[in-house]
Every structure is written in C-alpha cells, then in structure tokens.
Design a protein around this ligand. Structure first.
Ligand code: FAE
Length: 547
C-alpha cells in the first residue's frame, strides 16, 4: 500500500539525487529529533485504567499515530497525559504462546467483535476463505458502512498494529495541493524528518533484496513494470531489516517471513508500541486505559470537559460506565472514530457549537486491489515477505500508484497482487441517524470506478505486454477488483475547515483533532507518515501556545 518518491527508484529509473534526498531526510531526522531513546526501545505503557471521577490535564482518545505523537510531545513538555483506547493492550500471549495470530490462520484474536472473519482477500481459486471465529475484541476491525468496508487497527498502537509498515513521504507538490494552508517548506524541513525518525523508518538493503527469496514477487513486479515502461519505486518501511535478514537465515522466529501482518506482527515490525508509545512511557507521565471506549465529551461546569467512557470486556460487553474530567481533550480515534464521535456529539447537542464542516470531506484514499495471473514460467515464490518494499508509479500520467503487494499464502500462486492508491475526487459525509442512534457514511460503491479506471492505466498495459490476464478468483467468483474496501480512511474533520490551521476545533477551546480526520480524503500516498508529521507540526504549536 504505498507510494512514491522517497528513496530510490529502482534500477531502471530514477535519479541518484532523488535517492540521496530521500535517505538524507530520514538520517537527518535522527539528529533533529535529538533524543537518546532508541527508536525501537521496548518500554511498555502500563495499562492503568482511570477510575471514575478522576481529573486529568490532557486526555487523548485513541492510541494510533496522532494520539501517540500528542501523548509523547505533551509529556515531554511536562504535562500528564491519559490515553483512552477501546482496543486491547496486546501484551499477553495466547494459548499458542504468541500475542498475534497468523495471517493464514485467523482466530479469535484476529477480528473486532465478529463471529465470522471478513478477510480483505475473501477468495482463492474462487473459493471463499472466511470462517467462523469466536467473537472477541480482536485486532482488525472490518467496519461496514452502506457502500464500503473500512479496515482499522484496534488496540494500543492503533493502525500500526496491523498495517504493512510502508512509510511514505508524499511528493512535496502533492502535499501542497492537498493541504494548501500548511507551510510545505516547514513540513519537509522539520516535521516529515521528525516523523520519519520517530517512527524508525528505513529502507531495505537493495543488494540483499536482489537475491532474497522472499522478494522474488517484488522482483517479478519490477520486471513487469519496467517492461511496460513504468517507473518502479522503492519505498521505506518501519520493519527492522536486520531482523528480516535473520528470519531469512533461520536464526530467529519468523514474522514477516511467516506472512504476519494484518492480524499483527509478533516480531520485527516497529509498531507504535516500540517507538512513540515506548518513548511516551519512558517519560513516566503517560498512562493508558485499554478496553475503554469514549462515548461522550461535553463542556464541564467548572471549565474543561466531562468525558464519558465505557469500560468493556473482551466480548464487548460494558463492565462499567465512567465519567472523568479533563482540561483538554485530543480526538485521535482515527478518521472513522473521531468523525463518528464528533458527528454524534454535534447532532445530539453535547457539543452544539461545532461547525458544519464536522463529518465532511471523507475519502478512501482511492484504494483498490487486484491480482494478475502470471505465466507458469514466471513464479512469484512461495515464500513472500509480508512487508512491501516497492510500487509502480503512474501518478502523473494515470493517477495511480500501485504497491507491489505480497500474497503470503505459503504456496506458489503464480499471482502478482497490488493495492493501488488513486486520485479520486469523491468525498462522503457522516450523518447522525436518530432512528438507529448510529452514524452513517454516504459513500457510494459506484465511486470506486474512478479508482479502477486509474489502476487500469497500469495493469491493462502490463497485461497486454506480458500476454497475461487479471485474476478473477480473489474477491469472489469471477470478480477482478477489490473495490469494496479501504485501508486508508481519511477526513471527516478537515484541517482549516472543522478546525483551525493547527487542529483546534472551531467552537470550543481545549478540544483538538490530531489524527487522519484532518486530511481531506486523499493523501496521494499511504498516509501514516503524513498523519504523524502533521501531528508533530500541530502539537508543537499547541504546546507552545495553549498550555
Ligand atoms: P488509528 O491508527 O486508526 O488509531 C485510532 C485509535 O483510536 C485506534 O486504536 C482505535 O481503536 C481507537 N479508538 C477509536 N474510537 C475510539 C473511542 N471511541 N474510544 C477510544 N478509542 C477509540 O488512527 N498506512 C501506511 O501509511 N502504510 C501502510 O503500509 C499501511 N498499511 C495498512 C494496512 C492495513 C491492513 C490497514 C487497516 C491500514 C493500513 N495503513 C497503512 C493505514 C494506517 O494504518 C492508518 O492510516 C493509520 O493507522 C491512521 O492513524 P490515526 O492516528 O488516524
């Protein structure tokens, strides 16, 4: 799932200058960050549930990218922070001795409160892959709206627990077009480097990559892209490459090379638990309540805000309803979580002064998936690293960037698999439905046609050149496109519209949005580096001016 520019464009394209520029920004960032805690230190945030009646200076809703940046920077400024996370702490092994389930063997740990799995890749050879599982507060939420299923991570670490780790800095001109009110010069000189350093972003050793069995699928992807004249782009990741080399050598337990990704990685991936949250824990000023869900935020009589929280068990049942107060509240529940909360709080009169931009500007980052059937003499390998390293760039000519994605099934599939990020003009809106008490999203499934057309600018050409065809067995029987989902929800409380230019919500002082909701629907690349960098920019201003 990813995009463009950073490091190199592989062998066949792109300039050395660009490679150096990208790498330099990552290395330079370490110096800028100026802290001695290693990026992947393992200090865990203690799960210390907040008692009802407590008061905290700063409360952060959600523990994904935006929330983790906010918690770390507030704590480093001397402010005590409490984080509230609806998902589990993910610090206890299951009966198999592992914390997370394998991609090919989903179990009770894999899905958020579902009795049947809803795997993004639902079929193989046309046969359905989904199976019954015990309902549990598992790690991956496949949240259904009328026109789209939105996949999200649940637990301390948010999306960093389940994502592919592709850590992409967009091209500066694309960023400037998406968020024109943000000073791009400052983002690229200070906040993107700071985010890349904080996340532990690095690039794969390309010499190793050239001969590693687990990246045969990516080399096949490169060959096909280049034979059709498309630039092939290497993309950084947060995976620990030295660990992956040891996996390949058989020296350590396998994680990426055992296909682990969407249901969690037991080793190797630098999720937020190992980076920002570990550093936040090390300050001694940050605590977290896991399995606690924020249900309401309202102005408190004596100033600050009253926050209502349901403590749940692993079946999703409410164990206790708590009320706490906070001087300042940061909405970092992800694009869907924050948008749903704010839309409901405005509509039900809990926060009536929020403006009419709440719930607007939501998009799917143009996500669409597909597979191609290769010839028998062009195998992609039965061992596939679950961490993608590259993509095909046709953004300028066709509005698509296709991640060369793994299909870690453990068998030879002769398939090439791709997640494309595309330019899409479509934006949906969240609305509160008083009849159901739920928040609906106005996404129309037909809107994905724009994304399919963009992806076809790449794959129609490759198929014609290679004499190959699309796989029709991965998303149903005789269905080519995975057009029912997104991994990249963005928007719903857009920067400069629902908030000021630094994420302060209009209508209330002391309420902030600091997650993917700020980005208006399309990031041009995989979003987590941009979410992190924007959070770094905004929190710096907020700490300086509001505390
Ligand atoms: P997020 O990380 O979603 O965190 C929000 C947190 O808030 C979650 O932990 C929620 O459980 C919690 N929460 C929600 N509501 C409440 C509530 N009411 N009370 C308490 N807690 C709540 O938000 N992006 C990339 O850049 N590269 C990739 O390779 C990539 N791969 C992906 C693969 C998959 C399968 C998925 C699902 C996503 C992927 N993404 C990737 C997207 C990326 O993970 C996502 O954009 C970020 O995680 C969003 O960050 P936020 O801080 O907005």
């Amino acid at each position: 799932m990813s995009e463009l520019p950073l490091p190199a464009r592989g062998m066949g394209g792109v300039s050395r200058r660009r490679f150096l520029a990208g790498t330099g920004s990552v290395l330079g960032a370490a110096a800028l960050a100026g802290h001695s805690t290693p990026a992947h230190a393992e200090t865990r945030l203690a799960d210390t549930p907040l008692p009802t009646g407590s008061h905290v200076p700063a409360l952060v809703i959600g523990t994904g990218y935006g929330g983790s940046v906010a918690a770390l920077r507030l704590a480093r400024a001397g402010i005590a922070v409490h984080m509230v996370e609806m998902g589990m702490a993910w610090n206890t092994p299951g009966p198999d001795g592992k914390i997370f389930a394998n991609t090919t063997r989903p179990d009770y740990r894999s899905f958020w409160l579902r009795t049947r799995t809803k795997q993004p890749l639902s079929n193989f050879l046309g046969f359905p892959l989904d199976k019954d599982v015990p309902s549990h507060t598992g790690i991956l939420d496949a949240e259904d709206f009328a026109g789209i299923t939105v996949y999200q991570g649940r637990g301390v670490g948010g999306g960093s627990l389940v994502n592919g780790g592709m850590a992409v800095t967009p091209r500066r001109e694309n960023f400037a077009a998406i968020l024109p009110t943000v000073d791009a010069a400052e983002m690229y000189s200070t906040y993107y480097p700071r985010a890349n350093a904080g996340l532990g972003v690095t690039s794969v050793d390309q010499t190793w990559w050239e001969s590693a069995a687990c990246y045969q699928y990516a080399r096949v992807g490169r060959k096909h892209a280049q034979r059709s004249g498309f630039p092939f782009v290497f993309v950084p990741n947060v995976y620990d490459w030295d660990y992956m080399k040891q996996e390949a050598a058989g020296a350590v337990p396998k994680s990426a090379l055992d296909g682990e990704v969407i249901y969690g990685n037991n080793a190797g991936k630098k999720s937020l638990q190992k980076t920002y949250l570990a550093q936040a824990a090390a300050t001694g000023r940050v605590t977290v309540s896991a399995l606690h869900k924020v249900t309401s935020v309202t102005p408190a009589a004596g100033g600050g805000y009253t926050v209502a929280i349901d403590q749940i068990d692993t079946t999703g049942a409410t164990l206790a309803s708590k009320t706490v107060t906070a001087d300042k509240v940061f909405f970092a529940a992800g694009s869907i979580g924050t948008s749903k909360l704010l839309t409901r709080l405005k509509a039900t009169g809990a926060l009536p002064a929020l403006n009419n931009e709440i719930g607007k500007g939501w998009g799917d980052n143009g996500n669409v998936m597909c597979g191609r059937a290769n010839h028998m003499w062009d195998p992609t390998g039965k061992l596939q690293s679950s961490m993608p390293t590259a993509g095909i760039d046709n953004w300028d000519a066709g509005g698509a960037f296709a991640e060369v994605a793994p299909l870690p099934t453990g068998i030879e599939t002769y398939a090439s698999f791709y997640l494309s990020i595309t330019k899409t003009p479509h934006r949906a809106e969240f609305t509160y439905n008083p009849a159901t008490g739920k928040v609906d999203l106005s996404w129309d499934r037909a809107w994905k046609q724009t994304s399919i057309d963009a992806a076809k600018t790449i794959f129609d050409k490759i198929n014609a050149k290679e004499g190959t065809i699309y796989r029709t067995d991965l998303f149903g029987a005789y269905k080519i496109w995975g057009d029912h989902l997104t991994y990249h929800p963005l928007g719903g409380a857009v920067l400069g519209k629902a908030t000021d230019n630094h994420g302060r919500l209009h209508g209330y002082s002391g309420l902030y949005v600091i997650d993917g909701s700020l980005i208006p629907g399309n990031a041009s690349v995989n979003p987590f580096v941009t979410i992190t960098a924007l959070a770094e920019r905004n929190i710096e201003r907020i700490v300086a001016e509001d505390f």
